[in-house]
Design a protein around this ligand. Structure first.
Ligand code: AQP
Length: 338
């Protein structure tokens, strides 16, 4: 008997800024851990990366795209189990985004908190930044993905995708699967080490030392960032009572060590924060060491990475082309014979 088809998962990271431990815990490590349970598509979302064009030069963008692809592999995404590709290699992403644009109420886009935070009062902000959630919806709906493993900050965009899919299905019978966000119960929102009230961010991490733990940071930089992390003057290291800065460190320790909270509290509560910080430095360095070693090796053979991306794009396009044809037919476009 043929095995029943596995549920499909889609997710991606933008090749911008400095990838950090939050991206790893909130997204990439989750993808790697669950690869056997699903049919997986993991995309480096390079079209999203140009929504703030001034943020990255073409040369840096090109290099970052290959660096992030190699990081997927170094973090354990296996091309034999998962389709890995670049968003721009599958033109159906842009086509579906246009079709979806035409059924997206503008008001839905103006409500997005990430747009408001990134655009601020800048009148010259690009239209792509406002339209980001539509492209993200296209990414997901193109593959009829059942699940989207992401960090907590993406929750609103997944809700948007669900609403848009329902609207299209009702208007045109597009038969989109309504996707669900997969958000970890802990590690889904790692906060900045310098400011534990703000989410750890790729762009801030690139500009400001001590904000983030970069996946490719040297042990000395990791040590410096963690040892100087903002905490408070006390010695409260219990999950339910600690201040925001210490809670962030405890959470990082818990997710990386996979140890139960009571054991961690017994070890660190009442000792001052130096002990917790030192143990966290060791744990982070040891977690990232094999990833960094694999990354160095992978970057030595970029032809291999490009060949894998070609295979991934070919596989992704076979699914994407079927969906776009289905949507075009549902909307009434005339089919082409060429
Ligand atoms: N701090 C975080 N904790 C847990 N998960 C996080 N993610 C991002 N920050 C955290 C998750 O990482 C995935 C990739 O993110 P992205 O490339 O879509 O960019 P982003 O969410 O905009 O990431 P940053 O770090 O915040 O970048 P900038 O500074 O450019 O805005 C997503 O699944 C995200 O949820």
């Amino acid at each position: 008997m043929p095995e029943p088809r596995k549920n499909r998962v889609f997710s991606g990271v933008q090749p911008t800024g400095k990838l950090h431990i939050g991206n790893y815990l909130g997204a990439i490590s989750q993808w790697a851990e669950n690869q056997d349970d699903f049919e997986n598509l993991f995309c480096v979302v390079d079209l999203h990366a140009i929504t703030i064009p001034a943020a990255i030069s073409p040369k840096a963008f090109h290099a970052k795209t290959l660096e992030v692809t190699a990081l997927y592999l170094a973090c354990g995404i296996d091309p034999a189990k998962s389709t890995i590709f670049l968003q721009s290699h599958v033109p159906e992403h842009s086509e579906l985004a246009w079709l979806l644009n035409c059924v997206t109420p503008l008001g839905w886009l103006y409500r997005m908190t990430q747009f408001k935070a990134k655009a601020g009062t800048n009148q010259m902000v690009g239209t792509g930044l406002l339209d980001y959630p539509v492209l993200m919806a296209a990414d997901i709906l193109l593959y009829d993905a059942h699940y989207v493993p992401v960090g907590e900050d993406q929750k609103q965009h997944i809700e948007f995708t669900r609403d848009l899919a329902q609207r299209c299905n009702a208007m045109f019978n597009t038969r989109f699967i309504i996707p669900e966000a997969q958000i970890r119960s802990s590690g889904a929102r790692i906060m900045g080490l310098d400011d534990p009230n703000a989410k750890m961010s790729k762009s801030i991490g690139e500009q400001k030392r001590g904000h983030s733990i970069g996946l490719l940071d040297a042990p000395s930089a990791i040590k410096k960032a963690i040892m100087s992390a903002t905490t408070d003057g006390g010695n409260e290291a219990r999950f339910g009572h600690a201040g925001v800065g210490v809670r962030n460190l405890l959470e990082l320790y818990a997710v990386l060590s996979k140890r139960p909270h009571d054991e961690i509290e017994a070890e660190f509560h009442g000792h001052g924060y130096g002990k917790l910080k030192k143990s966290l430095v060791e744990l982070v360095v040891e977690t990232l060491r094999p990833i960094q070693e694999r990354h160095v090796d992978l970057m030595k053979n970029q032809d291999h990475i490009r060949a894998m991306l070609d295979t991934g794009a070919r596989r992704a396009r076979t699914i994407a082309a079927v969906t776009v044809t289905r949507v075009r037919d549902a909307m009434g476009f005339v089919r082409s014979n060429i």
